[in-house]
Write a protein that binds this ligand. Structure first.
Ligand SMILES: C[C@H](OP(=O)(O)OC[C@@H](O)[C@@H](O)[C@@H](O)Cn1c2nc(=O)[nH]c(=O)c-2cc2ccc(O)cc21)C(=O)N[C@@H](CCC(=O)N[C@@H](CCC(=O)O)C(=O)O)C(=O)O
Length: 321
C-alpha cells in the first residue's frame, strides 16, 4: 500500500511546507495539493513544497483543464518537476461545476476535454510540438514521462482514467465504492491495452485521526456533511443512505446551519464517507480498502483535529504496513 496526503492551500503556505516535510519524514510517498480558484495558487504552493522537501512525490490533486490552457499547466508542471528534481505527478480531473459557474466558464464535454488536454500536455511534457505549434522552449520536465493521475468518480471518467492515466484519485473512503469503481477502471485499462495492475488506484479519503477517536470523528463531521450533500443518488443508495437524509443536510448547509448539519451526520454517514478514529481503528479500514484493490491510501482533509499530531499518528499507522 502506498500512502499519500492531501493539503488544501487555504492556510499559510510556509505551514503547508512544514507539514509536507513532516509527512515525508514519517513515510508518506505522495503529497497532493488541491486546486480551487478561491484558495492559494496550487503551483506557487507546490514550488515552495518542492524547495522544502527531498523525496516525497508532489503534484496538484487535482487541477482541471478549464481554468488554465493545457500548455500553461504543462509549463507549470515542468517547472515543478525541475524544482523538485523529477518528483512531480500531474493530478487532473474535470473540476467542479460550482467553481465554473462562479467563474463564468462553460463546463462542456468533460470526458473529451480531459482526454484532449491530457494528450496536449503529454506532447508538450515530452518536449514535442503540438499541431497548433505550441512548444515548451524555456522549460523541460526532468522525468522522461511525467506520471498523470486523474481525479474521477463517475463511470465514464473512471473508465477513461483507467485507459489513459497512470493513476486514479477517487474521492471515496469506503470499500463499497471501490467494489463499484475498480471493474470500470479495469475495463478502461484493458481498452487502453494495459492491465489494472498498471494503474495506481488511490482512495482519496476524508480522513481524521487522533488518540481520542471521538475528537477525530468530531473533526470530520462537517466534511462528511458536505460529501453527503454532493453525493449522487447511486452513491447514497450504495451505502443505504436515504435521499431524504442527504437532502436534509443539504438544506441545513444551504441555510448556513452548520451545527444542524453536523448534528444530522450519524455513524452510517461517517462510515460511508470517511476513515476516522484512533490509530488502531485505521489499520483494518486501510486493509479492507487494500483487499478491494486500492493501492494508495490518501489521507484527505481534515486529516485530524491537530494536523501535526495526526500526521505523526498516521506515520505510526504507515509503519505497520
Ligand atoms: C464530469 C463528472 O466526472 P466526475 O469524475 O464524476 O466528477 C466528479 C469529480 O471527480 C470532479 O468534480 C473532480 O474535479 C473533483 N476533485 C477536485 N476538483 C477540483 O476542482 N479541485 C480539486 O482539488 C479536486 C480534488 C479531487 C481529488 C480527488 C477526486 O476524486 C476529485 C477531486 C461526471 O459527471 N462524469 C460522468 C458523466 C461524464 C459526462 O459528462 N459525459 C458527457 C460528456 C462526454 C464527453 O465528454 O465526451 C456525456 O455523456 O455526454 C461520468 O463519468 O460518467
Amino acid at each position: 500500500m502506498k500512502f499519500g496526503i492531501e493539503f488544501l492551500p487555504n492556510e499559510p503556505v510556509n505551514k503547508i511546507v512544514k507539514l509536507v516535510k513532516l509527512a515525508e519524514d514519517v513515510g508518506f510517498e505522495y503529497a497532493w495539493v488541491t486546486d480551487h480558484y478561491d484558495n492559494k495558487n496550487v503551483y506557487v504552493t507546490l514550488g515552495l513544497v518542492a524547495e522544502g522537501t527531498e523525496t516525497i512525490k508532489i503534484g496538484p490533486g487535482v487541477t482541471n483543464p478549464y481554468v488554465r490552457n493545457p500548455a500553461i499547466t504543462a509549463s507549470a508542471i515542468a517547472t515543478i518537476d525541475e524544482l523538485s528534481n523529477g518528483r512531480v505527478t500531474l493530478g487532473i480531473g474535470p473540476g467542479d461545476k460550482a467553481s465554473f459557474d462562479a467563474l463564468g466558464i462553460e463546463w462542456t464535454k468533460p470526458v473529451s476535454t480531459l482526454k484532449e488536454s491530457i494528450a496536449t500536455m503529454e506532447t508538450l511534457l515530452s518536449k514535442e510540438k503540438t499541431e497548433s505549434g505550441a512548444f515548451l522552449k524555456g522549460v523541460k520536465a526532468v522525468q522522461e514521462k511525467v506520471p498523470i493521475y486523474m481525479g474521477a468518480q463517475g463511470p465514464m471518467m473512471l473508465k477513461t482514467a483507467g485507459e489513459i492515466s497512470e493513476g486514479v484519485l477517487i474521492n471515496a473512503s469506503n470499500p463499497k465504492d471501490f467494489e463499484a469503481a475498480i471493474p470500470l477502471i479495469k475495463e478502461g485499462a484493458e481498452a487502453g491495452g494495459k492491465s489494472i495492475k498498471d494503474v495506481d488506484v488511490a482512495a482519496y479519503t476524508c480522513c481524521s485521526i487522533d488518540d481520542d477517536a471521538g475528537k477525530a470523528v468530531g473533526a470530520a463531521k462537517i466534511v462528511v456533511a458536505f460529501i453527503a450533500r454532493g453525493s449522487p443518488a447511486p452513491v447514497l443508495k450504495r451505502h443505504g443512505i436515504d435521499d431524504a437524509v442527504a437532502g436534509k443536510i443539504a438544506e441545513l448547509l444551504g441555510k448556513g446551519d452548520f451545527g444542524g448539519a453536523i448534528g444530522a451526520v450519524d455513524n452510517k454517514l461517517m462510515d460511508a464517507f470517511s476513515v476516522c478514529g484512533a490509530p488502531d481503528d485505521f489499520i483494518p479500514k486501510i486493509e479492507a480498502l487494500g483487499e478491494m484493490g486500492v493501492t494508495q491510501f490518501v489521507a484527505g482533509s481534515p486529516i485530524g483535529p491537530d494536523k501535526e499530531k495526526s500526521i505523526k499518528l498516521l506515520g505510526d499507522v504507515i509503519s505497520t504496513f
